[in-house]
Design a protein around this ligand. Structure first.
Ligand code: PHE
Length: 340
C-alpha cells in the first residue's frame, strides 16, 4: 500500500471516529491517536525525511492537507459538544428568580462603630467633625504645638519620618493646628483619626492606633467647661453617671495639663483587677490650650482661650467591648472581626 493510500485510509478512520465522539474526552483520544507524539499521522510526517524529493512533496502535501482537515473537524465537533453540554446544564439547572438570596453582608470595624458614636455625641453638643492627613509636617505635628526643636517631649512620641522630612502624625493634635488656621473662633471640633508611633508593640500599645482629638476655643474658657464637656460625653457614651478626677499631666501645648481618670466602671470605684484595685482608670489627657499655641496660629489670646483633649479611641473601643489586646484591631483576623 502506498503512503498516499495509507493516508486516505487514516482519513476515513479519523472522520468516523470524530463523528462518533460523544464527549470532549473522546475527542482528545482521537487527537492523540492521529496527531499526538506517537500518533499515526505524526509517524507518517516523520517518515517523510527519508523519501526521495518528488515523493516527499506529494506525500507531504497530502499529509498536511489531512492534518488541516483533521484540526478543522476536531474544532467543529468540539464546539458542538460544548454547546450540547451547556444546553443540557442549562435545562437541568433551573433558576428561580424569585428565590431570596443570602448575601454575606459586610460590617463596620469596631473602631468605626465607636468613632461614629463618639461623633454623634459631640455633634449633639455643637462640635463639628474635622479630618486631616496622616502624613504631616513637623510644624503641624510638633512646632505649632509648642514643641521646640530640641524639646525632650518629642522623645515621648517616637516618630516615623518620611525621607522628605515629613512624618506620620503621632497624634491627632495636628488637626487642632489645622482647625485653628481654618476656622474663626469661637469654634469646637472633634477630630478622630489614625496615628502612628515607632515603638514596640504589646497588649496596650500598637504602632498604629486611633485617637479622637477635641478642641474648643471661645471666650473665657475654663477647666470647669472642660470637665463638664468630658463628663457629659463620658456619661452619654457609657450610659451611666461617670465620675472623673484630674491629675497633673505634661504636654507642651496645654497649660495646665491633665490626665483625666474615670471611676472604674467594672467595680464602680471599689477596686478590682481591671483598675488594679485603685478604683480609677486613666482615660484621656487634656488641658487648657497653651497661649503660645493659640498665638502661633493667629488667635488673639486677649479675647479667646480654649481647652483640648486627646481621647484614645482604640482604648475606648477596648473598654466598650472588653478587648484585651489592642493588636487585634489591625490584625485583619476574621475570627476577631466577625464578633462585631
Ligand atoms: N496629643 C496628646 C498625645 O497624644 C494628647 C493630648 C491631646 C493632650 C490634647 C492634651 C490635649 O499624647
Amino acid at each position: 500500500m502506498s503512503l498516499i493510500q495509507e493516508i486516505e485510509l487514516l482519513q476515513a478512520e479519523a472522520s468516523g471516529e470524530i463523528l462518533s465522539a460523544r464527549s470532549l474526552a473522546d475527542l482528545d483520544l482521537v487527537r492523540g491517536k492521529f496527531l499526538g507524539k506517537k500518533g499515526q499521522l505524526t509517524a507518517i510526517l516523520q517518515s517523510l525525511k527519508v523519501l526521495p524529493p518528488e515523493e516527499k512533496r506529494t506525500v507531504g502535501q497530502k499529509a498536511n492537507e489531512f492534518r488541516a482537515e483533521l484540526e478543522g473537524q476536531l474544532l467543529k465537533i468540539r464546539e458542538e459538544i460544548e454547546d450540547r453540554e451547556l444546553q443540557s446544564k442549562l435545562s437541568s439547572h433551573s433558576i428561580d428568580a424569585l428565590q431570596p438570596r443570602q448575601l454575606e453582608t459586610g460590617r463596620l470595624h469596631p473602631i468605626s462603630r465607636v468613632q461614629y458614636e463618639v461623633e454623634d455625641i459631640f455633634t449633639s453638643m455643637g462640635f463639628s467633625i474635622m479630618d486631616g492627613p496622616e502624613v504631616e509636617t513637623d510644624e503641624n505635628n510638633f512646632g505649632a504645638l509648642n514643641f521646640s526643636d530640641d524639646h525632650p517631649a518629642r522623645d515621648m512620641q517616637d516618630t516615623v519620618w518620611t525621607e522628605d522630612g515629613n512624618l506620620l502624625r503621632t497624634h491627632t493634635s495636628s488637626i487642632q493646628v489645622r482647625a485653628m488656621r481654618i476656622l474663626k473662633p469661637p469654634f469646637r471640633i472633634i477630630a478622630p483619626g489614625r496615628c502612628f508611633r515607632y515603638e514596640e508593640t504589646d497588649a496596650s500599645h500598637d504602632n498604629t492606633f486611633y485617637q479622637a482629638e477635641g478642641m474648643l476655643v471661645d471666650r473665657d474658657v475654663s477647666v470647669a467647661h472642660l470637665i463638664h464637656v468630658m463628663k457629659t460625653f463620658l456619661s452619654a457614651f457609657f450610659e451611666k453617671e461617670v465620675r472623673v478626677r484630674l491629675r497633673p499631666g505634661y504636654f507642651p501645648f496645654v497649660e495646665p495639663g491633665f490626665e483625666l481618670d474615670i471611676n472604674c466602671l467594672t467595680c464602680a470605684g471599689k477596686g478590682c483587677p481591671v483598675c488594679k484595685h485603685s478604683g480609677w482608670l486613666e482615660l484621656l489627657p487634656c488641658g487648657l490650650v497653651h497661649p503660645n499655641v493659640l498665638k502661633k496660629s493667629g488667635i488673639d489670646t486677649k479675647i479667646f482661650s480654649g481647652f483640648a483633649f486627646g481621647m484614645g479611641l482604640s482604648r475606648l473601643v477596648m473598654m466598650r467591648y472588653g478587648i484585651e489586646d489592642i493588636r487585634h484591631f489591625m490584625s485583619g483576623n476574621l475570627r476577631f472581626l466577625n464578633q462585631f
